[in-house]
Design a protein around this ligand. Structure first.
Ligand code: TYD
Ligand code: MG
Length: 476
């Protein structure tokens, strides 16, 4: 087999080529390929050439049913995403944009674990220990027995962690700042990141420490450079949020020890990250008090958690040749589809109107179940009829104009009932899905039904408006 002294590695996706190229064939990025010393053997480990393999004992699948107790940090929203605490010896990669609160979350987790006993180490490659201490003091965690270091050299870090008591919980902030002597390329390159991660993961496995590694993400949300690291770790979490809003979502993109549909919700406050056990209440907190055409509450589900959020629409006559369609927090293509269905099957004429759609609170909705709520908000804005304030909406709209069933109807209805909603507009529920929830379900089979229902209340609203001045004249 040919041996290469150096290879060319894309710093975005980790793809390896044998010559320099301006554009990476694998991920399409430009100017990301640089020359690096070739990794020797798998993952940089030097192959023991010529050494004969020794047999080792194999174990029974049935014999290993001894579940290790998980490490509970005490931050319930974090433990939930981890699948009920962290597995000793496991490695978790936490990605997120700069400034989203990764370091804050992890120092809080460190302090919580340290207070319950055991050795906890926080290694920062980005901040000095003084800076980390300052933040901890601001968060009221200064007295927690967390061991700090500002180091980036992996061999030293592993040696330090390996001396003294075995650590229970280790945080490396961040993997992009780490470098190892075993790798010849420059710090910050994909090979360095991969090599450093490998050394740290090996340490975690051998010592039984729960290891959390911070990874930076690129502007399009991928963990910068080391996609390769995602394959090496046991779990990948992403910490997301909108800079303009205080809430943060922690999602599991991969988890070998738990479900990936768990979501942790936090709120960034002056005193660090607060857990949000009831996110619907947070997202509905700034609802207008009065009746408001164009606003519909969507009963959504994030991961396996119900989440109620307001969808706002504005349909206004256009002054442009091509009307504007702007959407924040939802898929523009789904808006286009809902508008087309409303025109084709709901008899609504939207060609002369600008359409704006916004998901309140800065949340990003991925679910097609939001179709019905978006449609209700749009119809309400166009007709000027306020929707009932105590109603929620969910359902997927098909191109045929029918409203389709979605996952977790029972969960949505229960959450809505819990928050005081009395009515749900939903696709016809086949089974007793809503049973037990104290809420009236109005089945909506087609978009035409929804339009007729809202339009009839618009007629009532107009009649009420028209009769109101007349009445006041009489009383005057
Ligand atoms: P940080 O945890 O440093 O983000 P990351 O490690 O993901 O880059 O968080 C930085 C932001 O969090 C910063 O913009 C200020 C804000 N913040 C608060 O609002 N309250 C706090 O108590 C702390 C510590 C940070
Ligand atoms: Mg940080």
């Amino acid at each position: 087999m040919a041996k290469f002294r150096s290879s060319y590695v894309c710093q975005n996706c980790g793809a390896i080529t044998q010559r320099w190229q301006g554009k990476c064939e694998s991920c399409g990025e430009w100017n990301t390929i640089i020359e690096e010393a070739a990794a020797l053997g798998i993952g940089g480990a030097v192959a023991r050439r010529g050494a004969a393999g020794r047999p080792f004992p194999l174990e029974e699948l049935a014999g290993a049913a001894r579940p290790e107790p998980r490490l509970i940090t005490g931050i319930a929203e974090l433990d939930r995403v981890a699948g009920g605490g962290f597995v000793p010896g496991s490695t978790t990669l936490i990605g997120g944009e700069p400034g989203i609160g990764k370091s804050t979350l992890l120092i809080q987790a460190c302090a919580a674990v340290a207070r319950s006993g055991g050795r906890v180490v926080y290694v920062s490659g980005e901040e000095s220990t003084a800076q980390v201490r300052l933040r901890a003091a601001r968060l009221g965690l200064a007295d927690a027995p967390v061991q700090l270091a500002a180091q980036t050299f992996v061999e030293d870090i592993v040696a330090t962690l390996g001396s003294g008591d075995a650590p229970k919980f280790v945080v490396i902030d961040s993997i992009q700042t780490m470098w190892s002597d075993a790798i010849e390329s420059a710090p910050g390159t994909v090979s360095q990141v991969r090599g450093s991660a490998q050394a740290l993961i090996r340490f975690a496995k051998a010592s039984g420490a729960a290891l959390l590694i911070v990874g930076h993400v690129t502007k399009d949300g991928q963990i910068a450079g080391p996609r390769v690291v995602e394959h090496m770790v046991d779990a990948v979490f992403s910490f997301e949020g909108d800079g303009a809003h205080a809430f943060r979502l922690l999602r599991a993109a991969k988890n070998r020890f738990g479900a990936t549909d768990e979501v942790g919700v936090f709120e960034m406050t002056g005193g660090g990250l607060d857990e949000v056990p009831n996110p619907s209440a947070l997202f509905l907190a700034d609802r207008d008090g009065g009746a408001n055409p164009g606003a519909a509450v969507f009963a959504g589900v994030e991961g396996a958690r119900p989440l109620l959020v307001e969808i706002q629409a504005l349909v206004a006559p256009t002054t442009l040749g091509t009307p504007r369609r702007a959407v924040v927090g939802w898929e523009p293509s789904r808006l286009a589809m809902v508008l087309a269905v409303l025109e084709a099957h709901g008899g609504m004429k939207l060609g002369q109107y600008d359409v704006y759609l916004n998901v309140a609170g800065g949340l990003r909705i991925m679910e097609p179940a939001a179709d019905l709520a978006a449609a209700a908000a749009l119809i309400s804005s166009l007709t000027g009829a306020s929707l009932p304030r105590d109603a929620v909406y969910f359902g997927e709209i098909a191109l045929s104009g029918s409203v389709r069933a979605v996952a977790h109807p029972g969960l949505r209805l229960k959450e809505a009932a819990k928050l005081g909603f009395a009515k749900a507009f939903a696709p016809p529920l086949p089974r007793a899905d809503g049973e037990g929830a104290n809420i009236a379900v109005q089945p909506i089979g087609t978009v035409a039904t929804l339009v007729a229902l809202i339009a009839s209340s618009a007629v009532e609203t107009r009649a009420a408006r028209a009769s109101a001045p007349a009445r006041s004249e009489v009383t005057n």
